[in-house]
Design a protein around this ligand. Structure first.
Ligand code: ZN
Length: 283
């Protein structure tokens, strides 16, 4: 079972709040955090959900066409801010990390993946194949930078189970994939952002459960108020209609559990939410 869930920020970029939340956001720049969830499991060791940025992002975006990505999205990450380095500070070594779960393949979620040399990778094979088969320029357009992945990425794949189990906490329509067959880490399909995007429902032994959204909502206000990002921001989405449906479903989950606060709902990029959840954010 899961003993503990905690979060770190592994780099960030800046975005206009209005770009992310065109309804109640302001024309000011906000910190668009790349968070990593650290899930400590009694039998399966340490599991990461996404890996955030690493300085490797700068290396692989030095030249055209990848340079366009770093030009459009200037990021901030110091060597000591990577997930790997911050885990060490917490007494967790690289070899303790046995699974790295990737919500999707956008570079801000996978840039740190090569730091984990022995972990198994859990990801959507459909999404991986889709990106692999795109021309290089189109890959960049879709925020996929192949050079961020280690050489043996495919060999270390852990196959995802099917999305067949009910998730009573979320309600009847929701189905998930039970990663370890013990009900602790459930992969939840959250369609629209990318072709195989998914989140996690994590049941902990002695603390609150967590619903980790990845990029299905960028800020807490997005799912609390059911606000889609601006049209311009939607250019990265695989299917904006599916994204909207997913966001509406999460909004409903939020409304249904609001009074009792049965679990925490955590979007990946919301700096404010992570601060409220006592994240080890480096200033
Ligand atoms: Zn994304």
């Amino acid at each position: 079972m899961v003993k503990k869930v905690s979060f770190i920020e592994a780099g960030y970029c800046k975005q206009f709040e209005k770009f992310v939340n065109p309804v109640s956001g302001k024309w000011r720049q906000i910190r668009f955090t790349s968070s990593v969830a650290i899930i400590e499991h009694a039998k399966e060791g340490v599991i990461l959900f996404d890996t955030g940025y690493s300085p490797r992002f700068h290396e692989v975006t030095k030249y055209f066409p990848e340079k366009i990505y770093s030009y459009i999205t200037p990021i901030s990450i110091r060597p000591e801010e990577t997930a790997l380095e911050q885990l060490k500070v917490r007494g967790i070594q690289e070899s303790d990390v046995r699974h790295v779960i990737l919500s999707h393949f956008h570079a801000d979620h996978v840039a740190g993946v090569s730091d984990f040399k022995t972990a198994k990778y859990v990801y959507s094979q459909q999404e991986y194949s889709y990106f692999q088969n795109l021309p290089r320029f189109t890959q960049v357009k879709h925020a996929f930078l192949k050079a961020l992945l280690p050489q043996d990425f495919e060999e270390r794949t852990k196959r995802m189970p099917e999305f067949t189990v009910a998730v009573p906490e979320l309600g009847p329509p929701w189905r998930g994939a039970d990663l370890f067959n013990d009900g602790s880490v459930i992969l939840i399909p959250l369609q629209g952002h990318s072709i195989g995007h998914f989140g996690l429902f994590v049941r902990s032994e002695n603390e609150e459960c967590h619903f980790l959204l990845g990029d299905a909502a960028w800020l807490s206000t997005s799912f609390k108020e059911n606000i889609m990002p601006s049209r311009l921001a939607q250019f990265i989405f695989y299917n904006r209609h599916d994204y909207q449906k997913t966001l509406e479903s999460i909004h409903q989950v939020y409304l249904d559990q609001k009074e009792n606060s049965k679990f925490k709902i955590i979007p990946c990029h919301c700096h404010q939410t992570l601060l409220e959840n006592n994240v080890g954010v480096i200033k």
